[in-house]
Design a protein around this ligand. Structure first.
Ligand code: NAD
Length: 284
């Protein structure tokens, strides 16, 4: 029977668990501190930052949003990050991407203290993930982490399964492939130069689409009983849709995530979870 995975509901459950953790940390002497840096006035980034600010507040975090002008210089932005790295009330630093073109994103990410890198993009964190260091302290990127949490909470077996990840970005596809590999899935990564995408996706027990092309994956490209996870966010005729052609894929899937209301809510939940992890690392 088809199960439509409700990411919103799962995220709410996670928030109620996190609220309890925050209470304990507060009693210990300090709530988790999150700093969000927003540069410029991109409407989508503003919306994301507002949600992060609201949820951090609801959970009882100490949170600060730095709204910086579009023409901030590379040096000014680096100086702000340096101050946040040294700020003992701040456990997690998130720089909302994308940054304006005149800013070198890579240098900014590398300027963040890796132990405050709650987005999991710093090379120390990706390096520890990509080299399979499960025993080291590391932050994992929020969207891939959210997908793993969804799979786990839905009781979906991963070990030995064929997982096909469509998309190889540094923020979704690549880290997700490594997390799946760590859980002993057999992982295939597809991308824009994959010769026969349908041939690959038809093999998937677990299929994750993270491309950004509406309805790229159709029902004839999946096998019966697939677990289909849709990361894509596309706007079609004013409506949000995913990379899966929901109606045709759901005819064959055992489980499917909708867009909106699937992976999206999990991403912010994992940011909050990572900030609590950072607070525990830093202590009071
Ligand atoms: P990206 O543009 O960095 O990467 C897209 C990937 O898709 C690339 O690796 C590319 O090789 C691959 N690709 C492009 N065309 C393809 C094709 N025809 N067949 C197979 N692969 C193809 O994008 P991203 O940042 O990884 O994001 C992907 C999508 O996920 C976007 O829609 C984005 O908005 C969404 N997203 C959602 C969340 C969330 O929280 N729900 C978080 C991050 C990204």
């Amino acid at each position: 029977m088809l199960k439509i995975i409700n990411g919103k509901e799962i995220a709410q459950k996670i928030y109620s668990e996190l609220r309890e953790e925050v209470k304990i940390l507060e009693k210990e002497g300090r709530a988790p501190g999150l700093a969000v840096v927003l540069v410029g006035s991109d409407p989508a980034s503003q919306t994301y930052v507002r949600s992060k600010e609201r949820i951090a507040g609801e959970l009882g975090f100490f949170s600060k949003v730095f709204r910086e002008k579009e023409d901030i210089s590379q040096q000014e932005l680096q100086d702000l990050i340096k101050r946040l790295n040294q700020d003992r009330e701040i456990d997690g630093i998130l720089v909302q991407l994308p940054l304006p073109e005149h800013i070198d994103e890579k240098t900014i990410i590398e300027a963040i203290d890796p132990y405050k890198d709650v987005d999991g993009f710093h090379p120390l964190n990706t390096g520890r993930l990509f080299s399979g260091q499960r025993d080291s302290f590391r932050f994992e990127a929020c969207t891939p982490l959210g997908i793993m949490e969804l799979l786990e909470r839905e009781g979906i077996e991963i070990e030995g399964k064929k997982a096909v990840v469509v998309g190889r970005s540094n923020i979704v596809g690549k880290p997700l492939a490594h997390l799946l590999l760590e859980r002993n899935a057999t992982v295939t990564i597809c991308h824009s130069r994959t010769r026969d995408l349908a041939k690959e996706t038809r093999e998937a027990d677990i299929l994750i689409a993270a491309v950004g092309k509406a309805a790229l994956i159709t029902g004839d490209m999946v096998k019966d009983g697939v677990v289909a996870i849709d990361v894509g966010i596309n706007r079609v005729d004013g409506k949000l849709t995913g990379d899966l052609d929901f109606d045709s894929v759901k005819e064959k899937a055992a489980c499917i995530t909708p867009v909106p209301g699937g992976v999206g809510p999990m991403t912010i939940a994992m940011l909050m979870k990572n900030t609590i992890k950072a607070r525990k690392y830093h202590g009071v």
